[in-house]
Write a protein that binds this ligand. Structure first.
Ligand SMILES: [Zn+2]
Ligand SMILES: [Zn+2]
Length: 275
């Protein structure tokens, strides 16, 4: 089996956050890629998806005739990159966008296209070349790049789904956006991520901040570290950085986390990990 490369294209949560004090971790919102064996799978379509599409268009990576894009949920920070993803305009690229949050493909299409309609967004005329697909939680779906992706539910307002991607003996599990604290759900997520090579966790807050942010749908890095330990993940990647958080702040959080567990990294745009 060829090497499988995980890459961060956007690690910011809630909204894009630019500025000179946010260059190390980056301002783009959620987007990750998993590639190997000549194929690619993308998780989430935040603003980071634009740069990924551009890298494909310029030949920096790819070509990928078939792309699977797995959405955790439809909050704006997870879909805002979609109309700026250049491969969407390429007729020869087969793009399948997956959601576990709908029973029917048409319901998924109606909801997603409602956002990308005037006057919120200029008429988007390319839906015909995009395949919008739904899949139930707990069922492994086959990916164009080989391997499978299995969605599992997270605790988040309006619902969200994590994804475990398995390729041969290697796996990566993305579990953001998620609010820890419901023992039953947390146990199910740890089970879904059991033994995974890389677990991507929601680390929007710190334990000192969480008290007045309960119900907002996010976790602390300490809760992410606990989830990683329960799942027996080999490496934990903290993501969904609060938009107010400057590089110095995230670096401080990373130092605190690594004092507990050296196999924790805070996601930086461009960070790669070979599984
Ligand atoms: Zn989010
Ligand atoms: Zn969300």
């Amino acid at each position: 089996m060829a090497d499988i490369t995980f890459q961060v294209w956007g690690a910011r949560g809630s909204i894009f956050a630019g500025g000179a004090d946010k260059t190390e971790f980056g301002g783009d919102t959620t987007c990750f890629s998993v590639s190997g064996g000549g194929g690619i799978t993308i998780v989430d379509a935040g603003s980071g998806l634009r740069a990924l599409g551009h890298a494909m268009e310029t030949g920096e990576i790819g070509p990928f005739p078939e792309i699977d894009l797995l959405l955790t949920h439809l909050h704006f920070d997870h879909i805002c990159g979609l109309p700026f993803f250049e491969p969407i305009f390429c007729q020869s690229t087969i793009l399948r966008i997956w959601s576990a949050g709908f029973d029917r493909d048409e319901a998924f299409r109606e909801t997603l296209s409602r956002v990308m309609s005037p006057p919120i967004f200029p008429a988007f005329r390319h839906w015909d070349s995009v395949r919008l697909c739904t899949t139930p939680p707990g069922i492994a779906l086959p990916l164009a790049m080989g391997g499978t992706a299995t969605p599992f539910s997270l605790n988040h307002p309006d619902g969200a789904f994590g994804w475990r991607i398995d390729m041969g003996a290697k796996s990566v599990t993305i579990a953001s956006d998620h609010e820890s604290g419901n023992d039953e759900i947390d146990r199910r997520i740890a089970a879904a991520a059991q033994g995974t090579d890389l677990l991507v966790c929601d680390a929007t807050y710190t334990d000192a901040e969480i008290a007045d942010r309960r119900g907002w749908g996010h976790s602390t890095w300490q809760q992410g570290a606990a989830l990683g330990a329960e799942a027996g993940a080999h490496h934990v990647l903290m993501t969904h950085h609060d938009p107010h958080r400057a590089d110095d702040d995230v670096n401080r959080m990373e130092r605190d986390a690594r004092a507990q567990n050296a196999a924790i990294t805070f996601a930086r745009t461009g960070w790669q990990h070979i599984l």
